[in-house]
Design a protein around this ligand. Structure first.
Ligand code: B12
Ligand code: SF4
Length: 488
């Protein structure tokens, strides 16, 4: 990409947003839609630090807004500091997303002017209106504001009525062709999840929003259809992916959604679910509506870890019967699994491989567990002495490679090797004995990581980029790999 031409293309804007991965981001698309509805201009910059700084200088926004998940915050804070060093008071750096929500103390960092805790649509709108009108913005709800050497931490506002929000602003990605023109378009039907899994931020979000309105919300089906029809017309995707964790929980809503989707949209779609909410009737409905892929969480093969430590509340039986039904109705699926959980032994990790060998997913997604701030499992890891409290938000490797928790584990390297070769064993179970005896004792870590990536492309990525053709899929995979490298 020629960055000079690229920069010339980008006009002056009111708000410029930044995030660190190469996928659509709903939080930013939603904030941008509300800003545009109110007459403000927005854009997005994705790329290495120098590129983001050039874009800020070229587009002269009033605010630069960073979406931040835990682990990526250091890089964003460093970029913000560089921007502040050049532009000083001419710009405000605003941080939002899960990390600033749970660690608002990042406001003390030199480059950070404002932190947004929780939902950002109306907080950012009020901020922009205040900047336009020249009024004081230090008391806006959800914002923690550093101004005139003082820090104002404001209260959390009520949860917004998502039915009243405009459709997410997909146009913000117009200059990022791989995202905007992606043949697989992402969709979110609602917000929130009612479960209490200890490793996930959902219970922490629910705590933040206590008495601020219903946490689990779904948009009306006509509103969603209106959005999808519009996307279908303008972007011409070959499939959709529904990112909601639990839209199938409400049986009536779900049946009505699937029936209307088939009638009005009629494109293949993938979705997430939990094994314990899937019934045979529901699977039939999914199949009829065009579902080509399902992802479900197994997390750990050890039932005690899964239910007592992770509080997943899901039995082996439920997982295996759900897998059986999906195979019966020919809906391919993938599973989410974690290794390196606090207190987990090598034997427990083998159990996770075993349950996947029985369930036979098309792809078993294995990642190394990373602690998330304000989650029950992170508190447990600290209480049990597996981790210093100060390290909960720190990362010394990506979730593919390792974690601070695993660093001190006597079998840490072997656990990562099992993670990297797990899918080979799931596809070719006869290799398990050989892997267990020989392969995990050989220090060929680079090779195992390569095998993991190659299989990921063949079994998983090609399916998720449904019907894009081999070369486009290959191109997409390389674009993502190249971009990820830029951020590492
Ligand atoms: C879809 C999704 C993804 C997608 C797309 C990301 C996205 N956000 O769209 C993909 C697959 C890429 C992804 C990747 C990852 N994800 Co993810 N993801 C989600 C999920 C399920 C939904 C996000 C979403 O769209 N929510 C709906 C929108 C409307 O809400 P929102 O994003 O929170 O945005 C609102 C506010 O946060 C705020 N806001 C957001 N951005 C900004 C920016 C500014 C400037 C301001 C002011 C406000 C603001 O306003 C928004 C509107 O109200 C969430 C779960 C969740 N409950 O949020 C996890 C979640 C965000 N993911 C999580 C994680 C851990 C990851 C990964 C690290 C996983 C991994 N192992 O790779 C990567 C990190 C990627 C990265 N580089 O940051 C964690 C983050 C926890 C944390 N403390 O950081 C979450 C919370 C799930 C969990 N396990 O608890 N993810
Ligand atoms: S079911 Fe999924 S989204 Fe819901 S709390 Fe558990 S891990 Fe989080």
């Amino acid at each position: 990409m020629n960055k000079t031409i690229d920069l010339d293309m980008h006009k002056k804007v009111d708000a410029l947003f930044v995030h660190n991965y190469y996928e659509q981001h709903f939080g930013i698309m939603q904030i941008s839609a509300v800003l545009k509805q109110n007459g403000f201009t927005t854009d997005i910059a994705i790329g290495p630090r120098e590129y983001i700084i050039k874009r800020v200088l070229a587009q002269k926004p009033k605010i630069v807004g960073f979406y931040c998940t835990t682990g990526f915050h250091h890089k964003n804070i460093a970029t913000a500091l560089e921007i502040k060093k050049i532009l000083g008071d001419k710009i405000l750096t605003v941080f939002g997303g899960p990390h600033p929500t749970f660690v608002p103390e990042i406001i003390e960092e030199e480059g950070v002017d404002i932190v947004c805790r929780g939902e950002g649509e109306y907080a950012v709108l009020e901020l922009m209106q205040s900047l336009k009108g020249g009024t004081d913005y230090s008391g806006i709800k959800n914002l923690t504001v550093k101004k005139d050497n003082r820090i104002n931490k404001n209260e959390i506002r009520s949860l917004c009525d998502i039915e009243l929000l405009p459709h997410p602003d997909r146009e913000i990605y117009e200059e990022v062709p791989y995202i905007y023109g992606n043949k697989r378009q992402e969709v979110i039907l609602g917000r929130g999840c009612p479960f209490n899994c200890t490793f996930c931020s959902n219970h922490a979000f629910r705590g933040l929003y206590k008495e601020k309105g219903p946490y689990v919300r779904l948009r009306s089906i006509p509103k969603i259809m209106d959005e999808l029809l519009d996307v279908k017309k303008r972007i011409k995707p070959t499939c959709f992916f529904l990112h909601d964790e639990t839209f199938m929980l409400k049986k009536e809503y779900c049946s009505e959604f699937l029936r209307t989707y088939k009638e009005k949209i009629n494109l293949p779609f993938g979705c997430l679910t939990r094994a314990d909410i899937v019934t045979e009737d529901l699977i039939k409905l999914l199949k009829e509506a065009g579902c080509f892929f399902v992802t479900l969480g197994i997390e750990s093969g050890n039932e005690k870890i899964r239910n007592q430590i992770l509080k997943k509340n899901l039995s082996d039986n439920k997982i295996l019967s759900c897998a059986k039904l999906l195979h019966k109705h020919k809906i391919p699926f993938s599973s989410f699994n974690m290794v390196g959980l606090p207190g987990e032994s090598l034997k427990d990790v083998w159990q996770t491989v075993d349950i996947n060998m029985q369930a036979k997913p098309m792809w078993a997604w294995f990642s190394v567990y990373q602690t998330l701030p304000e989650t029950e499992l992170a508190h447990y890891a600290v209480e049990q002495g597996y981790l210093e409290a100060a390290n909960v938000s720190e990362r010394d490797a990506t979730f593919h490679e390792g974690s601070i928790l695993l660093r001190n584990h006597p079998e840490g390297r072997k656990i990562v090797r099992i993670k990297n070769i797990a899918n080979v064993m799931i596809k070719f179970p006869f290799l398990k004995a050989f892997v267990k005896k020989v392969v995990i004792n050989l220090p060929a870590d680079g090779l195992y990581a390569l095998i993991d990536k190659a299989l990921f492309f063949i079994f998983y990525y090609s399916r998720l980029t449904y019907k894009q053709g081999f070369f486009r899929t290959l191109h997409s995979a390389f674009s993502v790999a190249r971009r990820l490298k830029e951020f590492s």
